[in-house]
Design a protein around this ligand. Structure first.
Ligand SMILES: Cc1cc2nc3c(=O)[nH]c(=O)nc-3n(C[C@H](O)[C@H](O)[C@H](O)COP(=O)(O)OP(=O)(O)OC[C@H]3O[C@@H](n4cnc5c(N)ncnc54)[C@H](O)[C@@H]3O)c2cc1C
Length: 482
């Protein structure tokens, strides 16, 4: 990178917060998905929106690509740096700017961790979306990925909690969309930005909705002899009208790995564990909880453990949340996949995943948000064995195809990033991708914000398609153009 640009960046953020040395940049060469790595020309760590604005303006003037990065816990390579580009790291922007519990709102900078939002407003209130990475991942990253978590079955995703955003757009302009109110007039630009994976600009201030903490919480873990039986219990619980705060499932491999790490006394060897949490008004919770226990038993569980106190509840959760990192205990490498299926298709898709694992001679462990059909197959492999990483990647792709065949989607909460962009055409027609591109160009006409992510083929704003082409749904008579 031109020394003149480096000097200007240094003046904007201060020399101390500009990293150009190889050993400093190593920290940022990948996100949580280690399979993709790259080194930026430099990393800057701004401390204010004005500094972010100045950095982005400079990049626009010099036509330098840039990538926003939060905590780097993403699992789709979304924060992978662009070679020769600038990495804008937002971890220093971690102030809680306002807490207004009367209106159930909190305003934060993007680098605040997810867990710290609840910590700041608790114990009477909390922020429901709770990725398992919540103690490290940033709210900015959550907004960019539309992150979910265990409690999203009942409470919804990040998009349901963001009411306003201050953004730095691709040309360096500082704008605000939304605000305090739940719904702003005009087009739903908030909806467009949430989940846009850093391709539409940088969020520098975020207004969030927080909600009152439930009166009571009750948690159990039930063990089953097959994932099929556990899946049946999930269906019956939900069809019976109970809306649990969370329903999480782990298969035998996930139980084994997590137990090695968390030591919660989970019986290694059981085929499936179902963690169910109910929350709400005490009386209703108690009654519904008994129903859930008997459904688990009727579906074949002979081992239902109810958390006796908060410490035990935390232990149950620790075991579930340890599942991804714990996988390192049984496999040197693994891919975390993220796909969604209709909940009723759980048994058949899990069976297909098992078959694929056998065909490829690779272990696939499953730990997932069973309530919303959001699967996280962990495809284990040994990177030292020639060709095994490629086989694991191929198998991961086939799992996504199985999700699509079942009427699902290629991502539930981890985003598309660099990892899944090649699968986008399996889900979207060219015309859909063109529409995405038009939206992107409206926010970032030069295409400098996080290029090479989400879209399957590199597209430039100058390539915005000309005359309208008939969408396949229109051609089939299933959709109309207004
Ligand atoms: C062990 C583990 C468990 C996980 N569990 C879950 C889970 O249960 N649910 C879930 O949804 N995810 C989960 N994740 C994935 C990850 O934590 C989330 O995607 C999270 O939102 C990423 O936040 P981050 O701050 O680390 O973002 P990063 O990884 O730094 O960036 C992610 C994306 O956001 C963009 N970005 C970051 N900050 C901004 C900003 N201020 N403005 C604009 N764009 C920005 C980046 O460009 C990139 O595209 C898990 C990850 C790990 C490692």
């Amino acid at each position: 990178m031109d020394g003149r640009v480096v000097e200007e960046l240094s003046r904007i953020v201060g020399a101390e917060w500009l990293y150009t040395a190889e050993h400093q940049l190593r920290t940022y060469e990948s996100d949580g998905l280690l399979q993709y790595q790259g080194t930026p020309a430099c990393a800057v760590l701004p401390s204010t929106a004005e500094e972010v604005q100045a950095v982005v303006r400079l990049c626009a003037r010099e036509q330098i690509p840039w990538v926003a990065r939060g905590a780097g816990s993403g699992l789709s390579g979304g924060a992978l740096p662009v070679k020769d580009g600038v990495l804008v790291v937002l971890t220093r922007m971690k102030r809680i700017l306002e807490i207004d519990l009367d209106n159930g709102r909190v305003c934060v900078e993007p680098g605040v961790t997810n867990a710290n939002v609840s910590a700041a407003v608790g114990p009477g209130f909390f922020y429901p979306p709770d990725p398992s990475s919540q103690i490290v991942c940033s709210i900015g990253g959550n907004v960019a990925e539309n992150s979910g978590g265990a409690h999203c079955f009942k409470y919804g995703f990040t998009t349901n909690y963001v009411t306003g955003l201050e953004l730095v757009l691709g040309d360096g302009e500082l704008v605000q969309i939304g605000g305090y109110e739940l719904d702003s007039p005009g087009y739903d630009l908030l909806g467009a930005f949430v989940g846009s994976e850093g391709t539409l600009g940088v969020a520098t201030k975020i207004w969030l909705r927080v909600v009152p903490s439930p009166e009571t919480v009750k948690t159990l873990v039930a063990f089953f002899d097959s994932t099929h039986a556990a899946g049946e219990a999930v269906s019956q619980i939900v069809q019976g009208g109970v809306v649990p705060g969370a329903i999480e499932m782990m298969d035998a491999k996930a139980i084994e790995a997590s137990e090695m790490m968390a030591n919660a006394g989970y019986p290694v060897g059981r085929a499936a564990a179902l963690l169910v949490e109910l929350d709400g008004a005490e009386q209703e919770c108690e009654a519904r909880f008994d129903e859930v226990v008997s459904i688990c038993e009727q579906c074949g569980s002979d081992d239902v453990r109810v958390a006796r106190d908060e410490a035990e509840r935390q232990l149950f959760w620790k075991t579930r949340k340890a599942a991804f990192p714990a996988m390192g205990r049984i496999s040197p490498n693994y891919f975390v996949q993220d796909g969604v299926i209709p909940r009723t298709k759980l048994p058949e898709v899990l069976e297909r995943i098992e078959q694929l694992g056998e065909e490829y001679g690779l272990i696939v462990a499953n730990v997932f948000h069973a309530g919303d059909g959001n699967l996280h197959p962990l495809v284990c492999y040994d990177g030292r064995v020639e060709g095994e990483a490629d086989r694991a990647e191929e198998l991961s792709g086939l799992i996504l195809e199985a999700c699509l065949d079942a009427g699902g989607s290629i991502t539930g909460e981890h985003g598309v990033g660099v990892d899944k962009k090649k699968h986008m055409p399996k889900m979207f027609a060219e015309e859909d991708l063109d529409a995405f591109q038009r939206l992107r160009c409206a926010f970032d006409p030069d295409g400098l914000a996080n290029p090479g992510k989400v879209m399957p083929t590199p597209r430039l704003c100058g390539e915005v398609p000309g005359p309208y082409r008939v969408h396949p749904l229109e051609a089939a008579g299933l959709a109309e153009r207004f």
